[in-house]
Design a protein around this ligand. Structure first.
Ligand code: ATP
Ligand code: MG
Length: 560
């Protein structure tokens, strides 16, 4: 990760302090972390936080990070998601080298350890239904009750578990449970389920298994097998830690990983939950997991958010132990900061209005030199063709200008960026009374956009030559939800923003934009940041608006 590949801890957050102390005091010899996604959907920006922490902490201490898929539920997991997750982690700028693992690699070992617990009198086969198990579990205030099958003999448990594995019983008929304590204050310790029967094909193990370990049973043991030194995850797993520790203490595992929890990332105006995101996709609120309105890594990438901006955002949010919600405006502010530095400026006219320069010779064209980045002269200039017929933004003209409107109006002179000053002489309307064309004149002495007599028009407009601008569809996006706390009134889906996307046809672009590679975000001058969409082709250009130029966050900070 080039410049960021430092070995010095960049931030003294509580996790890095713990890791530093573990190394200093000899509790660990090196640092191995892992990112453990379940391949039941695409990753979202919350996962990006976890990825940056998992990989970032290991990198800072010269260790490494495993990518391990927690593929314990074949009913919900798919190869498509495995491939998507790998692509997303890579795109974010992280590399697991050869350390790609799957919990399913450990199914044989996990099964052996389950038998070990049965032999030790610490696991049993339960015939209760899922509902009965739930009902026996008790509540936060009431202790649970023992299952009538809890005291089966070891021999009977071994026999039944073996027959569960052999496929003798239908889904849900029996489970294997850890025998811990039905009265434990922590509900996770009330004989949690370790194995359930699922006659389902697994993306990696095929039909070898019809019983699958639960996440709670598989997770800690997988960490132990891989020698994970710091098992980093979000706070909702804190209450599971005593259970993970129980398994580690009661099994002959090769290592004893320690789990540390940090706060989940939440962002206003969106939802970070694969389950909800999947519903948005399945129920066609959006076009797919990579829809540019989605908070998925794939959606953000398609929308034109740079990976470095996402990493900067996670750094900015920091690693804390208290849950909080970050404002979407803050996320956008960080992204704008990156784009402002690296995005090249281009001309585009989203809602074109024709301008005819009456005193510009018919058939003549000129190449105007336009800076690629006004703030950074090193970015050089490009040629943009000027001619007698131009497009300007419809919004940049008012027939009867309001008091603070300084742009083009009848009789008024404005500057066309890096070209000439023009003055509006006449307005052409159609039969419906709509303005369809402006008749203007230009001042040849203002070539390049400056007047020798020091005249300074109050407005500078962007423009394109009508003869060579290229046509495009441009998609504008707004928040996916209408309120900062979607679902706070109960129905999350009622808060989906019906106007989250506006599709503009007939937009005009600088011809060079047709060659913008997918993955590059540019600034359309005065309009915002835009990038070619995956749907774009040479025959049909499609651009996404990544963000507008208006930085609500910076403004709010300035106001204090
Ligand atoms: P979701 O709740 O969206 O379905 P998940 O937690 O079930 O996500 P996993 O694939 O199990 O998804 O998550 C992989 C890792 O990502 C876990 O270690 C989890 O702690 C972390 N993670 C998930 N969501 C967030 C979030 N919003 N902020 C930070 N880390 C997260
Ligand atoms: Mg989860």
């Amino acid at each position: 990760m080039n410049s960021e590949q430092s070995t010095a801890p960049e931030r003294g957050d509580f996790i890095r302090e713990i890791v530093a102390a573990d190394l200093r005091e000899g509790r660990v010899k090196g640092v191995i972390t892992r990112f453990p996604p379940e391949p039941n959907g695409y990753l979202h920006i919350g996962h990006a936080k976890a990825i940056c922490i998992d990989f970032g902490v290991a990198r800072d201490f010269g260790g490494r990070t495993n990518l391990r898929f927690d593929d314990t539920n074949p009913v919900k997991e798919e190869q498509e998601f495995i491939d998507g997750i790998e692509a997303d982690v890579r795109w974010l700028g992280f590399d697991w080298g050869k350390h790609l693992y799957f919990a399913s690699n450990y199914f044989d070992q996990l099964y052996e350890w389950a038998v070990y617990l049965i032999n030790a009198g610490k696991a049993y086969v339960d015939d209760l239904t899922a509902d009965e198990i739930r009902e026996h579990r008790g509540t936060l205030t009431d202790p649970g009750r023992n299952s009538p099958y809890r005291d089966r003999s070891t021999a009977e448990n071994l026999d039944l578990f073996e027959r569960m594995r052999a496929g003798e019983f239908p889904d849900g008929a029996r489970v294997l449970r850890a025998k811990i304590d039905m009265a434990a204050p922590n509900i996770n310790l009330r004989d949690p389920v370790m194995y359930r029967i699922l006659h389902a094909s697994h993306p990696r193990t095929g039909d070898k298994w019809c019983i699958y370990p639960t996440y709670d049973y598989a997770h800690g043991q997988s960490d132990a097998i891989e020698g994970i030194t710091h098992s980093l995850c979000t706070l909702e797993f804190e209450i599971h830690r005593p259970l993970y520790d129980w398994f580690i203490e009661n099994l002959p595992v090769p290592a004893r990983p320690h789990q540390w929890e940090f706060a989940r990332l939440n962002i206003t105006y969106t939802v970070l939950s694969k389950r909800v995101l999947k519903r948005l996709v399945d129920e066609h609120y959006v076009r797919g997991w990579d829809d540019p309105r989605m908070p998925t890594i794939a959606g953000l990438r398609r929308r034109g958010f740079p990976a470095s901006g996402i990493r900067d955002f996670v750094t900015e949010v920091g690693v804390a132990k208290a849950d909080s919600t970050v404002e979407m405006a803050m996320f956008e502010h960080v992204i704008r900061d990156v784009l402002n530095r690296k995005a090249l400026r281009r001309f585009a006219v989203l809602s074109p209005l024709k301008v005819v320069i009456e005193n510009y010779p018919e058939g003549q064209t000129e190449e105007m030199d336009v800076p690629n980045s006004p703030e950074n002269p090193d970015a050089g200039t490009r040629h943009v063709e000027f001619g007698r017929e131009l497009w300007i933004e419809r919004e940049d003209f008012m027939e009867e200008p309001l008091p603070k409107f300084f742009r083009l109006a009848p009789g008024r002179e404005v500057r066309l960026r890096s070209a000439y000053f023009i003055t509006c002489k006449d307005v052409v309307k159609n039969s419906a009374g709509e303005v369809v064309e402006l008749r203007c004149t230009y001042d040849p002495a203002t070539r390049g956009g400056d007047s020798p007599d020091g005249r300074k028009p109050k407005a500078t407009l962007h423009w394109l030559s009508a003869a060579n601008a290229v046509l495009a569809e441009v998609r504008l996006y707004d928040y996916l939800f209408t309120r900062p706390d979607p679902g706070a009134d109960g129905d999350l889906f009622a808060d989906v923003n019906p106007a989250s996307e506006t599709v503009l046809q007939g937009c005009m672009l600088e011809p060079a934009l047709a060659a913008t590679p997918i993955g590059e975000t540019v600034q359309f001058e005065r309009l915002g940041y835009f990038c070619p969409d995956l749907d774009s082709s040479p025959e049909r250009l499609v651009f996404n608006r990544t963000l507008t130029l208006k930085d609500g966050w910076a403004k709010a900070q300035a106001r204090g």
